[in-house]
Design a protein. Sequence first.
Length: 565
Amino acid sequence: MSKIEFFALGGLDERGKDCYILTINGDIYIINCGIVTPPNVSLGVKKIIPDFNWLNQNRRAIKGIFIGTPSYDRFASLNFLCEFIPNIPIYVSNIGANILNTYFQKRVHRHSQSPLKLNIRIMSPLKTERIGNAIITPFRISNSMPRSMGFIFSTSEGAIIYIDDFIVSSNRNLLFEDEIMEINRFTNNKNLLLITGVGLAGQSKGFTNPNHRIAAYFENIMIDSPGRILVAIYDHDVYKVLGLIQTATNKNKPISIYSNTFVELFNYLNNNNYLGNKKVSIIGDDKLDESNNAVVIITGTIERLFPKLTKIITDDDQKLHIKNNDTFIFAENTIPGFETFEADLFDNIARTNIERIYKLPKEILPISASNEDHKFLIETLKPKYVVPVGGLYMNFVEYQRAIMQTGISKQSILILENGQTISFNNGTLEPKTKFVNLEQQYIGTQGVLDVGASSMFEREQMKDNGVVLLSILYSKEDKVIKKFNYDTVGVINVTDDNRIILNAIIEDCNRTIASLLTTAIEKKDLDMKEIKISIRKFVSKQFEKKFNKKPLVLTTIIFAKVPKK
């Protein structure tokens, strides 16, 4: 008999920040440890990560973190979790281990400043391991990252199967083959719950394969390009990068990989014979400008690629400079939220001497499941219940519509929100769900964790209404304010008329604050926190009445020293 629970710390009704929690008889299994970068970085927020407080409170029950697709957006908050809870086993493929080690090798523990150590354990496809109360079997899935895996968590009441991005593929390439047809061999067709990424559900009606193939697209461009070809690709699109390398090699073109992280992965794949026996001509990025016909592969995470390309295009890059006969390819589909970045990029390219500029056509799909891929998966596994993950609510509804065509009931497709917990007792879904309380976790521009919505509200307030700075010197002996200094930043346009109103506000504030302090001292109830809250409310209210602004009020109160007799 098993007690099973599932909920998400991130990844439901949002893109990115994927982090899912599966508990089996009290043991905790973490699937992914993602991160999201806001498209428009503002208010000092650089990243948003899952709320790990629940995990911190239940740390003793954690059995491991499982990273099936080793892409940045699915593992990049590992360092924050492992600073909370060190030495958690992290289960990945051999290639996933190389990617994680490369990414985290130069990172340090924020508090001790010592090198960050990850407890990485390699799992082999179709090799079963008992970890805590679950028997776990990884299996290969085909997506943009090589040797990606899904996981089977076997229990006495049936299997819980996790798959994020995938396509149904007949690809025999060892890096991108899938083993979906092997799942039922390990579960005996007893599949209680399927947790799967929604992918392209509702956006693409058929199978993704063969519409993801890109070699012919690159080949046609190479035929008409006499000079270098600069190709921009996201880090997580390894399938695309390797396809480009193969096409360039077949055309006898030298290749340069302008990306430190991807060079490490390429060398690992090459040294372990994953790329075949054909010799690949790689030139160093220190010789980029010396070659006249190289294919230059420029990669980066989503938020880093655009600034990198802008530096190159505006001639601010130290190693790569635009030539008149260059060809530029942005080999990516448009990601919602980043449309402005793309528009600015192509506007800047148009200002250069590059004449051959290409954007990946919509007909070439990302390696993500379309409607027929999802339906095939449901018909193959016949799970009792399904939870779609990794998308917006509207994506989950589109997914629901698609797979209901297989005959699965609407009641069996569980659309959840972050923190909403479903429970199974002895294989039976409990009728009521409960919630884990979660707060947004923000990473500031200095890498400091900034918790909670209140701080974000204050930053929004500063951005929209400005700041009032008050500095008060108060004498407890005389019970008067000795000095009262103020400054306003971004609140009003200080005209002569406004200054008159402002001075009147400050006089009222002076009297009110003096009265608050004097009353509190006489009653021997000087609670500085409460005093500052009262001051903030009063001052903000005055500015709202006179200027229709509610600025953030920051107050410093200093008590004058009583001279010794």
